[in-house]
Design a protein around this ligand. Structure first.
Ligand SMILES: [Zn+2]
Length: 337
């Protein structure tokens, strides 16, 4: 048991003292796709004392190409990503605390979700939630590590409150999702997120240990064109978030009840007040209307024309549409207003 971490505590910058520090640390991973599965696996194996993995989605076959923690059985069992990740990682390291949470991260819950965290890791696919992490990081003075990958490229940067520029400094205007490339339109090669996830993992260890080698640069990679760059990023004095202390995303200024899920041709509908929805009751109600599969974590309801997944907190993902009004209509019809 004492040998579990010997190969990393032999590395002088970590040592036995550093290993103890890691064992007393708490890291929150938001988004458990390709990046999140890499960072979660690495942190759990490194002996971080507590790892919380938050994800709102379930697993599909096209995830298996790059999301290393999941397998075909998880899909057959209708497991949400956070639950499958926790289940697999508990078998890897039973000596630490691992917590999978199926949840949409939004302005109303993010502060409690990251309470007490030493580092927040970004494993997301959308700009809006990253800007929300940016706000909470500045407000609570918790470092966060941005990561993103698309096609053969990837980017990462450490955002250290008070020490570096912030994410909003480099994303000054609101960008409409339609202008962004998505994994669905551009695809993604597994080595791109795996490298970026590994960089996030290394930077997490350095931040937790207070190492002087913590990166201050934006790192850019392209695994197809053999391009590896570092750019320095300057803080913008007129930045609303780090310059003026206005946390507009955290205040919910830009939040919506429905959102098109990036790259999925699906819409997520949030219930305005999360509640405890009985999967059994809902299954009994929907069975006469179509095909229903469910477990304690989620319910999938399919008819000839609709395909939706509903979670116990009342949240739903409506597939095969990008039309938010239509999705809200289906939600009202089948789940209730
Ligand atoms: Zn800023």
């Amino acid at each position: 048991m004492t040998d579990r971490y010997s190969r990393q505590s032999l590395f002088p910058p970590i040592g036995t003292e550093g290993q103890k520090k890691l064992g007393a640390s708490f890291v929150v991973i938001i988004g458990c796709g390709a990046l999140g599965t890499v960072t979660a696996a690495g942190l759990v194996r490194s002996g971080i004392g507590k790892v919380r993995i938050i994800d709102r989605d379930y697993i599909e076959y096209h995830n298996l190409q790059r999301q290393i923690l999941f397998n075909e059985e998880d899909i057959e069992n209708n497991l949400p990503k956070a639950i499958a990740a926790e289940k697999h990682l508990r078998k890897v390291n039973s000596t630490i605390e691992i917590e999978g949470m199926v949840s949409d991260v939004n302005y109303s819950n993010i502060e409690s979700l990251v309470e007490g965290a030493d580092v927040i890791l970004d494993g997301l696919d959308n700009l809006e939630t990253r800007l929300l992490i940016n706000d909470v990081s500045l407000k609570r003075k918790i470092p966060w590590i941005y990561g993103g990958a698309i096609a053969s490229t990837g980017m990462s940067m450490n955002f250290l409150p008070g020490k570096t520029a912030c994410y909003r400094c480099i994303n000054p205007r609101e960008v409409s999702e339609g202008q962004l490339l998505t994994c669905e339109t551009a695809g993604v090669l597994s080595p791109a997120p795996w490298i970026i996830g590994s960089i996030q993992l290394a930077e997490t260890l350095k931040i937790l240990l207070g190492a002087k080698e913590i990166s201050r640069d934006l790192v850019l990679i392209d695994v197809w064109n053999n391009d590896f760059k570092r750019l320095s990023v300057v803080k913008r004095e007129d930045c609303p978030a780090c310059g003026q202390g206005k946390f507009e995303y955290l205040e919910g200024k830009f939040s919506t009840r429905t959102s098109s899920l990036c790259g999925q041709n699906a819409v997520q509908v949030l219930n305005p007040k999360p509640f405890n929805l009985s999967m059994v009751d809902l299954a009994n109600r929907l069975k006469p209307l179509g095909q229903v599969q469910y477990n304690e974590f989620m319910l999938r309801f399919q008819t000839d024309s609709h395909d939706m997944v509903i979670f116990p907190d009342g949240r739903a993902i409506i597939k095969n549409t990008a039309d938010e009004t239509y999705a809200r209509g289906l939600y009202a019809k089948y789940v209730g207003a």
